[in-house]
Design a protein around this ligand. Sequence first.
Ligand code: ASP
Length: 440
Amino acid sequence: MGIKVCKFGGTSMADGNVILTAAKIVQADKERKYVVVSAPGKRFGADIKVTDLLYQCSDEFERGDTVAFAETFAKIRARFTNIETEIGKQLGMKEALDEVEKEILGGAGRDYCASRGEYLAAKIMSAVLGVAFVDATEFVRFNEDGTLSDTTFDLAAQVLSAHERAVIPGFYGLGANGKVKTFSRGGGDISGSIVARGVMASLYENWTDVSGFYACDPRIVNSPKCIPELSYQELRELSYMGANVLHSEAIFPVRNAGIPIRICNTFRPTDAGTYIVKTSTRDIRDNVVTGIAGKKDFTAISIEKSMMNSEVGFVGKVLSVIGHRGISFEHLPSGIDTMSLVIDNEYLKNGVLQEVVDEMKTLVKPDKIYVHENISLVATVGHGMANNVGTSARLFKALSEAGINVMMIDQGSSEMNIIVGVENADCAGCISAIYNEFFN
Ligand code: ASP
């Protein structure tokens, strides 16, 4: 018998009724032995996620605004006590919330505060299912630099082997300083993956509110096709570029062990969902492109200098300007006498862009340097594109017919992605033109 790890996202934990639905899903399959949960998410469009309320509480505590803190914490209390009422069982929420409030007011810190949504949600799920609660701090460990420690997987295997079944809170672990530390937002998916790797699961089921991974953003194209199967690498490319069904780092723990991930819908549990596997078995003749995703708000810094290609160390000098500021770049398209650096706008705020440009001018004395802001990167991804003659011709013809100006082109050496840079205003049009060409 295999072991399945189920991770339930925020919408699957949003209220008592949906938590009961999630619990039924777990109970419907004996192989579903380990459950990882997110904090309660939104119940309706204008609702606020518990994690957002907790971050707000932390800010209010930090600036000493006791009135605002009390108001926000009261909202969190209401979310959890409502859940208890909806479930119709004493789950000890009052005492647990009192303890959490005391710890936050005692200065337990921002990450501790943010992590309590998952902690309380896991307490609830463990009581509903009648299985052990295992805290994530027992095995999820971070290094000093904030990266996940390699000890995590062995520790997860060791700790979880003591429990035939367990519920584990997602999103956090123990930092190198011995205090609670969270992943980046949406990191509960990484926790699920760690548990799957720790228990060497046969399947990691990620339960969410959509029936799988769509070929592109459904807010851009009406009812896009659901991808039945994609490879880890395709997923990584698409989620990094903005397809946000799964956290972009969630594949790392399961990838080496070859554990497949299935994206499933808590609200439509019989839908097939999407399988994410080591090597996709889809017929690449019918599926040239697997998916398209786009990310807005990049800046291209382009440098022109005659004979740049023969100037030893030129690129190194340019990169040192961003390197010593801790700025990473996304792409580096280049020609004989030109090169561009495509950088996330986030890094270039508050005058940093100007500083970078000025330092590059001094250091490499370019003939010309110019900046293009508000660029979107759109990635077309699929193993089927490799060696498939005519794919890029189709893509660029579709963009030219849609009147979209392509400012930058980058094709990965594995030929499984083509990334184009377009104006932010053209991002949605670019995605739908490519979708229509390859999927309609
Ligand atoms: N609750 C966290 C967030 O809202 C983590 C997660 O849901 O995975 O980002």
